[in-house]
Design a binder for this molecule. Structure first.
Ligand code: AMP
Length: 292
């Protein structure tokens, strides 16, 4: 079996010792329920590093009071089997108390301040979510002092929050963002896809189709509002409640200053009790032909 570590002090020593031996260590933080998206991060880490640590920790501080923390899937045996197959050096599965020894996961005593790209979209809809993400990633980076950490572009806004935290605390770790892994029909792989009924699963591809429709409008030179409408309408046509459908600056997530881009299209939709997000980078274009 893959070496399983639950003790923060021991994983810290192991990573430090490996680096002292000249080994480059890669770190992939996850919440478990591992799928091909996580596997792609592990493979990217293994390609760029000598040793790989994968953490599995369902972080309570990034879930709102009415969110899915309790029902979040925790298939530990299957996760460890996949990590074994992928040949990672360590699986790190700390308890909540080990990550939050001061008890701050309950009282939210320590809430990290987040700003800028953390505020709109997921930040507005899930108050406290990115403060929880920044807090746990900082703690995990302190526990796992790796050379590089690997994150998925699927959670684009999260990658901006992590970069902001790393810059603010001058943490000596490289952040690598890897492409989104998708199902055959284009649906982004997500642990939350497991919540979907077969009928919802069939409709969920509308997020990907909507992003493709927005990209087609973008490439055709349409203005941002037209491309955003194409995205939103694709979701609504499949009965998906759209939380947001926006084309914004990919670094700040602010409205585009230059309508030629580059840009990112961000989307979030709800199917029954399941909330899914996705995004697509839109490359800079030569001209904007039509205005709405
Ligand atoms: P999670 O377990 O959902 O917290 O995700 C752990 C990491 O896997 C995060 O960096 C996610 O962005 C990344 N991830 C999740 N889904 C995908 C995907 N479909 N493709 C690539 N990376 C992903």
């Amino acid at each position: 079996m893959v070496p399983l570590e639950t003790d923060p002090a021991r994983i810290t020593s192991a990573v430090r010792a490996a680096r002292q031996r000249g080994r480059r260590v890669g770190f992939v933080p996850t919440m478990g329920a591992l799928h091909a998206g996580h596997a792609s991060l592990v493979e990217a880490a293994a390609a760029a590093c000598d040793e790989v640590v994968v953490s599995i920790f369902v972080n309570p501080t990034q879930f709102g009071p009415h969110e899915d923390f309790a029902r979040y899937p925790r298939p530990v045996d299957a996760d460890l089997a996949l990590l074994e197959q992928l040949g990672v050096q360590w699986a790190f599965m700390p308890s909540v108390e080990a990550v939050y020894p001061d008890g701050s996961s309950h009282g939210q005593a320590e809430q990290m301040h987040v700003a800028g790209p953390a505020l709109p979209f997921e930040g507005a809809i899930r108050p406290g979510h990115f403060a929880g993400v920044a807090t746990v990633v900082k703690r995990l980076f302190e526990i796992v002092p790796a050379d590089a950490a690997f994150f998925g572009a699927k959670d684009w806004q999260q990658t901006l929050v992590v970069r902001q935290m790393v810059e603010r605390y001058r943490m000596p770790i490289e952040i690598v963002v890897c492409p989104t892994v998708r199902e055959a029909d284009g649906l982004a792989r997500s642990s939350r896809n497991a919540y979907l009924t077969p009928a919802e699963r069939a409709r969920a591809v509308a997020l990907h189709d909507g992003l493709a429709a927005a990209a087609a409008r973008w490439d055709a030179g349409d203005c941002v509002a037209v491309a955003e409408a194409a995205l939103r309408e694709t979701l609504e046509a499949r009965g998906i409640a759209c939380d947001y459908a926006a084309i914004v600056d990919p670094d700040s997530l602010a409205p585009l200053v230059d309508p030629l881009g580059p840009a990112i299209a961000l989307v979030a939709g709800r199917l029954g009790s399941t909330r899914l997000i996705d995004n697509r980078l839109l490359p800079a274009r030569r001209d904007v032909a039509r205005q709405s």
